[in-house]
Design a protein around this ligand. Sequence first.
Ligand code: FRU
Length: 490
Amino acid sequence: MIDQANHQAKLAQANAFIAEHACEVNKRFYPGYHLAARYGWINDPNGFCYALGKYHIFYQFYPYDAKWGPMHWGHATSTDLIHWQHEEVALAPSEDYDRDGCFSGSAIEHDGKLYLIYTGHKVLVEAGDNSICREVQALAVSTDGIHFEKLGVVIEPEHEDIHNFRDPKVWQDEAGLFHVVFGATNLKHEGEIRHYTSSDLQHWQFVSVVKEMEDQSFMYECPDFFELPRKAGEASTWVLATSPMGQAPFGYHRQNTSVNSWQTGTFDGMHFKAQGKLYEVDRGHDFYATQSTATPDGRRIVLAWMNMWKLPFLNYGDHWCGALTLPREITLRDGHLCQAPVKEVESLRTTSYALGDLTLKSTIQTLSTNSALELSFTFKPQNNDAEQYGIALGNSLRLFVDRQTKTLTLFRLDLNATSYRALELDWDKEHELRIFIDNSSIEVFVDGGYDTMTSNFFGTDHSVTLYSTNGSATFQKVTYHDLATPLFHS
Ligand code: FRU
């Protein structure tokens, strides 16, 4: 028997705590148009869906401190994917099977109700050691899309030595059958993604392993699995998105603690036939655990946690930590997955500036001191002889083209977190950058989202400066827009 009253009491406690303490948040780094908690810690996006007439985003949430703790599900809703309204906390640990956390999962509308399928996490040894645990998939339901009742455990591991068994992503096929995929470490200590089906969301049958271990991945966190929108007559492409643990870095790749990775292929209902290997989706520092949904107008949109495990969280003392990326639309171009900010972001633009082409010869030019900005320009590496050119954000971050390494480099300069990420550039082509700056984060869309780089940085000098060093560089078609910050005060 589920103790619904206990769950409601835990939720009421969390909601009251947030209402009382939200005013203590230090907003020096707080985002203006990316979703962050009113108080406390965020990690993975969960339950991203369009249901009961609006978009819902849930997230891994510890409401009592700006660090990871027993996971709740925070919740926000929106009608346009940009203006989010904070809702009451949706799930809190309250039952024996989820007593140490309501871990990641997903959501689906069915029969006019909103269902959440999530992982109940229970630590089996001393509190704090999350590796020896029992994880199960559990269900919750809501009739108003805000208040959730727990329905109990629906999928359990078949062996007590299986400890990683989490992050269910649910969808319904055209015939009405429900599917779920989630990550597990099998008894050979290899990562795999399991696939189950159900006709009622309550009773599930194991169907297949859609992904086995690749490159030493011992666990696939937060899998997502979906077919890309296609026009009549077009071939079907499926995307397997996941965050493998245990894969080694190489070259400029996989330098983060864990790496959100995608793969395309075909799916016959049982088996996923991959085209190529899993590859790192975003080449910045802070991008993890993507979750996607379909929009009513047929787009496939994805969001990620804009942070990373094991990094110094410099805003810890500010009583909030973690945010979600902009929602991005995924499309296929020449067989490659591209991501572009949803078109709705244009509604954030307030004042626009078109500067044309700017040639800088070993010099700098400050464009703006606005902390919420969209900036774009193009450049031709072959035409520029500067050793480095790009933009500087105060003293905290530089994004530059580097003549020696032939890369686009994102360099975070804080002394506690100095680090760079680099993306190889085709030196013979013209490239386009579209950049979103939001107080302490940057999202860079390269060549129409063919590549992306997402990172946090920490500084209170918001000047945005173009520069070139040791030579000349032309920034072509420079345009920027001041952006509204609807989420800053909410
Ligand atoms: C990924 C993850 C998930 C888990 C959640 C816990 O970031 O480790 O696998 O469900 O975070 O907060």
